[in-house]
Every structure is written in structure tokens, then in C-alpha cells.
Design a protein around this ligand. Structure first.
Ligand code: C2E
Ligand code: CA
Ligand code: CA
Length: 738
């Protein structure tokens, strides 16, 4: 071994076996003396430093050197003559190298023929000159040793620069990673960064995510890809299209650690129940520095992945219904926004509500009801591919799609088959409202329109699905306005309760009074009533205001009864109408009992009128409350009988005391179909052991007929119109005179 060879292996001590393989260190000789070029070439012939050979570049003048430095990258060392075209040409060149060309890493060894031309010490320091030797001093050994030192220094500087560049890249790139909205774009960006960190140009790079732990079954999939496999993003790993890469990914997933192989680099990322591999194909092994940088990079990417996954999860929660896994109302309205903006021709938005769902829930339990919802969602989804399906309410689904696919008849036919839920097959019916998407309406506007159509359809359960029409909008505005006034007037104590007498056909005496709500308009110029109860009661029912109004009416009725009783005019009973929202309250029977007690009215003096349609709404709930009321001793009357669809079997279960024959059947008595309906109802009532009250009685002929049929009580304008409580005594006295 040559003594001068000894320090040559300095870089080999670092574990960079094939570090940049045979890439030569570039050595630039700048000298106007041809001899020097030849001598230097001879002196360093065959030498390798840190396993790499030297490549010589030659320049005969400072000018030539400057030109060459501009085009030739990564020159490690310059052997520079001081005196060339001018006595200071060498030093001038050093200044250009450092300041103009901005080359800070290249090492410079000054050589001069005469000691007299030695530069000042401060020059050596300021220009970052490595070494200064007279040509005589630069013997073979000295030259090589100086070169080794310079190259080592150059290499360290390069490493530091490279490090800084990498770190800077990681630091500046992190915000762009953090900004990524979803995992896919985050992975794309991370992959791009990884390749530019490694100076690779995107051949066969891939990023794969798969589950571990509880998620073990989840198949790894490609979430971002570049280079030849770029098209594989979104596919399962097996379909990456490059067996070597697939194997490398699998190996990395199995080892759960970074893999730095000669052919590829794979970074392993793990967070929570997820793991990912970022794999880049490379033709060379990485330097220690590159590996360290990648480790920092991987930690950064991982936290960005964690970030986007969290954001994605939050987004998912914000936009999805956990039960059916369908998009929720918020998401649906956003889809509607898009559909409205694009005025998707021939598209409709549709709302489908399961009828009597609360009842299913109460009767069969939440688990079965949940399964029903899931089953309905699934069937709708399968039957309407390409449409946007969402769960927009507890038992309401929304759909956006082409009109022919969402035709109401088609949807109804679709829901006809019973649904499997629990171990039952449940038949359901649904209410459907639709709205055509025509102009550029906002999502909210479209939603509201479909909702209006739906609300209308619900008000008329047997009328079938309804499309939105502009008059519905006007109607809605009007309704909201009326409701606002009603709420205000109710709170200001402006409502009134009037009473209509019921007369016993047996003895002609006052058998009862029906309490009827009135909304008087107290404005001096408005004679009469603001809205008839047939209008404002349904509004109050829809808004829930009826719960308070109803409680107040019950209280007023009891108060009126007490007063009449005190005056010796007490009728047998006082009848009060009850709406579904009141009946739906589980504590309704207790509330009634409290009111009776507070007003000192016996339970047997109270009769509650429930419409037949109410009985059908939520049969189980209604039945439970009716039984509780009945136990208290309160009378139960079915109002508007014959206008609903209750089955005889169902009616038998109910604790009914009385049936009211609807005015429409009483009217028939004087008309075409005669007494057929009245007779049927009276017979039925008697079979059920219930009394009958005929309402809307206006003629003596009706009374005769009803008496013949065995009807017990009559109520109608023939006897008396509804009147304020304080007019009742007068009415009674007048009757007594007849
Ligand atoms: P309803 O319970 O069937 O009440 C009977 C309706 O028929 C009353 O209308 C009454 O004024 C009317 N009527 C009585 N006799 C005759 C007659 O001989 N000829 C004609 N043409 N009509 C007659 P009203 O007061 O307008 O009430 C309409 C509906 O509003 C009621 O029908 C009831 O469903 C509801 N309603 C009224 N007050 C209340 C209330 O306090 N609570 C609840 N929940 N609903 C009420
Ligand atoms: Ca009634
Ligand atoms: Ca009625």
C-alpha cells in the first residue's frame, strides 16, 4: 500500500457501499501552463477517493474556467493557478465563483509558481479557499492528500446542503399536505414529494392503504400512484399492474417497517387501525442522509394522513346517517344545490315517508324499526342506481334523479312488497311528495318545495303522491302567516270556547254540550271570526300548538261545566275534541285527570271526541291512552264516524261509549241515498254497545228518521248553534218555553 493511499478510504467508513457507485469526483484544473495539466493528470492517474474515481476538467484561463463552471455542475475541487492572464486572474476568479456564480460548495486549492504571489491571509479566509500551495510544494503525495481533504470537505458541504434542501422541502411541503381535503389528494402530494426528495421521476411509485387489527380483513388498495402504474389509483393492490411492486408492498406491510432495498424504497406508516406503504422504485441505494430525511418525512406524512382521516371521518359523520349509512339531510341539500345549479333536465327531487312509523316503532320495538329503515333504504338504493338517495328524516328518505326513474307509481310499486325486518315481513305504505327541478333553484328552495308537496300529500292520505305546484308555495306562506297570528292571539288570551247543545231524543232534554274552539277577530272593523276552526285547528295540529290550545280548551270547558252545575243547568256531559298531537303524549290521561280535579268536574261528566282518522294514525298508542282514560271513568266518543277506514275488528278492541254519525250521512237522509248509512252506523254502534249522536241535524225530517232508527242524541242548527257559555242559560230557558 502506498503511504499516500492510507487516508483514501475515509468515506468508506460510512455505510454507503455503492454510494453513487462509479460517479467520479470532478476536478477542475485551471492553469495557463500546459505542463501543469499534464503533470497533474499523471499524478492522480488511477486514484480513487472514497471508492470513486476522479474526472479531470481543464481550463487554460480564468475566463475559460468561468465559462465551464457555468455549464458543468457538481465540480468538487478546483486546482487554481493564481497568475494567469493577469497577475490577479486566479483571485478574481475565486471571487466570481463565490459571489457571481454562487458556488459555495466547490473547494479551491490555489497554486502558484512563486512564493511572492501568495495571497494575503484574509483573502484566503474571505474567499473560502481551502488550501494554498506553491507548485513546488505540491508533490504527488501532498497533492493527493490535499485533494482528499478538499473532497471530504466538499462532500460534507454537499451533504449539509442536501440535508438542508431536503428539510426545507419537507418543511415547506407540510402545509400543502395538511391542506389536502381527502386521503387521496394527501397521498398524491406525499408521493410527489417523496420522489422529488429522492430526485426520482415517478416510475412505479405507489401508495397503499390497508387495515390491521380489527380492520385486518380490509383489502389493501392503491390510493395514489405515479409513473407507469399511475392508472391504478383506486384499485385493489392486486390490480396494481406490476407484480414486483405488489410483492414489495406486501413485504413492507408484513414487516411493518420501512424497507430500503436496492430496487425500491418503501416507507411504512401506521396510525390507529390503518397502515400505509409509500413505495418508490429506485435504481440506486439511498444515502444515510436520504434515509434520515425520509424518516422525518414519513413521520410528517403520517401526521398529515391522520389529519385528513380525522377530517374525512368528521365529514362522514356530518354527512351520513349512522344507521342506514346513507347520506343525511345536510348532504342531500348539498346534492340538491348541485342539481339545482345545473338545472339537471328532467330531474326530480322526491321525499318518501313511511306511514305510521311511530306505531311500528312502538309495537315492534326499535330494533325491528331500525331494520325496516335499513331495508327500505337498501331497496330504494338498488332500484334507483345513479340517483342520490339520503335519509332526510327519522322515517323519511330523499331521492334526486331522472323523472322516469323516480316516477311516483314506480316508487309506490317498489314499496308494495313487504320488507323483511327482524323475523317479520312488514307491509308498509308511504307518502310521497315530488318537485321537478327546472331552473336554478337553491337546494333549500327545492327541498322546501318537495316538502310542501309532501305535506300536502300527507294531509290527504288517500290522495296519492303529489308534485309541487306554485300555488302550494302561496298556500304555505298564507298558512305560516295565519299560524303566526294564531300563536300570538292564543298567547294574548283571544281565543274563545263556544258550546253547542246535544239533545236527547228520548226526553228532549239537554244531554250534552260540545265544546268548539273559536278565534274571534277583536278588531273593530272586522265583524266575525278570523278563521273557522276547520282551518286553524289543522294548522295548530301541524305545528303542535294544539297541545297547548287543547289543554286550555279542556280547562275552559270544565270551568264552564262547573259554572253551569252551580247554576243548576249542568248537562249530563261536556264533550271536548282531542287532536292527535295531544293523544300522542304519554301523559295525556294524567293531564286530563289533573284538569278535572282542578275544576272539580267528575270524570263521568267528561266525554272526549276522537276522530276516526286519529284512531288509524297510531293505533297502539291511541289504544293505550284510551284505555287509561276509560279507567278514569271518562267517556270516549268516535267523531266523524264512517269517514275513516277502521276495520270492525279494530273497533271492537276500543273502549268506545259513543259514535257520532257524521253530518254527511245525516244530510243524505233528506237526499238520494236515504237513511242507509245512518242505519248501518246505528246498528253497528248498538252491536258494539255504544250510544249514537247524530251531528249536523238541520231538519225535522232528519230527526224523525233518526228517532226511528234508534239514534240516542242529536246535535245541530235545528236545536242550537254553537254559542258562548253565558248564552247557554238563555238558550235553556227558551227551550223550556216550547
Ligand atoms: P266537529 O268536531 O265535527 O264539530 C262539528 C262541526 O259541525 C262544528 O263546526 C259545528 O259548528 C258544525 N255544526 C254543528 N251543527 C251543524 C249543523 O246543523 N249544520 C252544519 N252545517 N254544521 C253544523 P266547527 O265549529 O266549525 O268545527 C269544525 C271542526 O273543527 C270540528 O268538527 C272539529 O273537528 C274541529 N274543532 C273545533 N273545535 C275544536 C277543538 O276545541 N279541539 C279540536 N281538537 N278540534 C276542534
Ligand atoms: Ca266533534
Ligand atoms: Ca264531527
Amino acid at each position: 500500500m502506498r503511504p499516500e493511499d492510507e487516508p483514501l478510504d475515509f468515506l468508506d467508513q460510512e455505510p454507503e457501499p455503492a454510494a453513487a457507485g462509479g460517479v467520479a469526483w470532478k476536478l477542475l484544473i485551471v492553469d495557463d501552463d500546459v505542463e501543469v495539466h499534464a503533470a497533474t493528470r499523471f499524478a492522480i492517474n488511477g486514484i480513487r477517493i472514497a471508492g470513486r474515481p476522479l474526472q479531470l476538467l481543464n481550463a487554460r484561463s480564468a475566463a475559460e474556467a468561468a465559462a465551464l463552471l457555468k455549464t458543468e455542475p457538481e465540480i468538487a475541487v478546483i486546482l487554481l493557478d493564481v497568475v494567469m492572464e493577469s497577475p490577479n486572474a486566479g483571485l478574481d476568479l475565486v471571487q466570481r465563483i463565490r459571489h457571481e456564480l454562487g458556488l459555495g460548495d466547490v473547494r479551491i486549492i490555489l497554486r502558484t509558481g512563486q512564493p511572492g504571489h501568495a495571497p494575503e491571509l484574509n483573502v484566503i479566509r474571505d474567499y473560502d479557499i481551502n488550501d494554498y500551495k506553491t507548485k513546488a510544494e505540491l508533490t504527488h503525495t501532498r497533492l493527493v492528500t490535499a485533494l482528499i481533504a478538499a473532497i471530504r470537505s466538499y462532500d460534507q458541504l454537499r451533504t449539509i446542503s442536501e440535508n438542508r434542501r431536503g428539510l426545507e422541502m419537507i418543511v415547506t411541503a407540510t402545509p400543502s399536505l395538511m391542506r389536502a381535503k381527502d386521503l387521496e389528494s394527501c397521498a398524491d402530494e406525499a408521493l410527489r414529494l417523496m420522489m422529488s426528495l429522492l430526485h426520482l421521476h415517478g416510475d412505479g411509485a405507489v401508495c397503499v392503504q390497508g387495515g390491521i387489527g380489527d380492520n385486518d380483513g380490509e383489502r389493501p388498495r392503491v390510493i395514489a400512484a405515479a409513473g407507469r402504474v399511475a392508472g391504478a389509483a383506486g384499485r385493489p393492490l392486486e390490480q396494481l399492474g406490476d407484480a414486483d411492486l405488489v410483492a414489495a408492498v406486501r413485504e413492507c406491510l408484513a414487516r411493518q417497517a420501512h424497507c430500503f432495498a436496492a430496487s425500491h424504497t418503501a416507507l411504512y406508516l401506521q396510525g390507529g387501525q390503518r397502515q400505509a406503504v409509500m413505495l418508490v422504485r429506485s435504481e440506486r441505494a439511498l444515502t444515510v442522509v436520504e434515509r434520515q430525511l425520509l424518516e422525518i418525512f414519513a413521520a410528517n406524512v403520517l401526521s398529515c394522513f391522520g389529519n385528513v382521516t380525522l377530517v374525512e371521518r368528521l365529514n362522514h359523520i356530518a354527512y351520513h346517517d349512522p344507521l342506514t349509512r346513507l347520506p343525511n339531510r345536510t348532504c342531500f341539500i348539498e346534492e340538491l344545490n348541485k342539481a339545482g345549479a345545473s338545472a339537471a333536465q328532467g330531474s326530480v327531487v322526491c321525499m318518501i315517508d313511511i306511514d305510521r312509523f311511530t306505531d311500528i316503532n312502538n309495537a315492534l320495538g326499535h330494533a325491528v324499526a331500525d331494520q325496516l329503515l335499513i331495508a327500505v333504504g337498501q331497496r330504494l338504493g338498488q332500484a334507483c342506481p345513479g340517483c342520490h338517495l339520503a335519509r332526510i328524516g327519522a322515517d323519511t328518505f330523499g331521492l334526486i334523479g331522472p323523472e322516469q326513474q323516480l316516477a311516483p307509481e314506480r316508487l309506490q310499486a317498489l314499496l308494495q312488497e313487504p320488507f323483511a325486518a327482524g323475523d317479520q315481513l312488514l307491509p308498509i305504505s308511504a307518502t310521497i311528495g315530488l318537485c321537478r327541478i327546472t331552473g336554478s333553484e337553491s337546494g333549500h328552495a327545492l327541498f322546501n318545495r318537495a316538502d310542501m308537496a309532501f305535506t300536502r300529500a300527507r294531509l290527504n292520505p288517500h290522495g296519492g303522491p303529489l308534485y309541487f305546484s306554485p300555488d302550494m308555495e302561496q298556500h304555505t306562506h298564507w298558512r305560516l302567516e295565519v299560524l303566526r297570528q294564531l300563536r300570538r292571539d292564543f298567547h294574548d288570551g283571544r281565543l274563545a270556547v263556544w258550546f253547542q247543545p246535544q239533545v236527547s231524543l228520548a226526553d228532549g232534554g239537554l244531554s250534552g254540550l260540545e265544546a268548539l274552539a273559536r278565534w274571534p277577530d277583536r278588531r273593530p272593523d272586522a265583524g266575525g271570526f278570523t278563521q273557522p276552526p276547520g282551518v286553524f285547528i289543522p294548522l295548530a295540529e301541524e305545528s303542535g300548538l294544539i297541545v297547548d290550545i287543547g289543554a286550555w280548551i279542556l280547562d275552559q270547558s270544565c270551568a264552564a261545566y262547573s259554572r253551569l252545575a252551580a247554576e243548576g243547568h249542568a248537562p249530563r256531559r261536556i264533550a271536548v275534541n282531542v287532536s292527535m298531537p295531544q293523544m300522542r303524549r304519554p301523559d295525556f290521561p294524567e293531564r286530563v285527570a289533573r284538569t278535572l280535579a282542578a275544576r272539580g268536574v267528575p270524570a263521568s261528566a267528561l266525554e272526549l271526541e276522537i276522530t276516526e282518522s286519529q284512531l288509524l294514525d297510531e293505533p297502539q298508542l291511541v289504544l293505550r291512552n284510551l284505555q287509561a282514560l276509560k279507567q278514569e271513568g271518562i267517556q270516549i266518543t268516535i267523531d266523524d264516524f264512517g269517514t275513516g277506514y277502521s276495520s270492525l275488528g279494530y273497533l271492537r278492541q276500543l273502549p268506545i261509549d259513543c259514535i257520532k254519525i257524521d253530518r254527511s250521512f245525516v244530510v243524505e237522509i233528506d237526499r238520494g241515498r236515504g237513511d242507509l248509512f245512518a242505519e248501518t252506523i246505528i246498528t253497528l254502534a248498538h252491536k258494539l254497545g255504544a250510544e249514537t249522536v247524530a251531528e249536523g241535524v238541520e231538519t225535522a225530517a232528519q230527526v224523525r228518521c233518526l228517532r226511528n232508527l234508534g239514534c240516542d242524541t242529536v246535535q245541530g242548527f235545528l236545536y242550537g248553534r254553537p254559542m258562548p257559555a253565558d248564552q247557554l242559560a238563555g238558550w235553556l230557558e227558551q227551550r223550556a218555553l216550547h
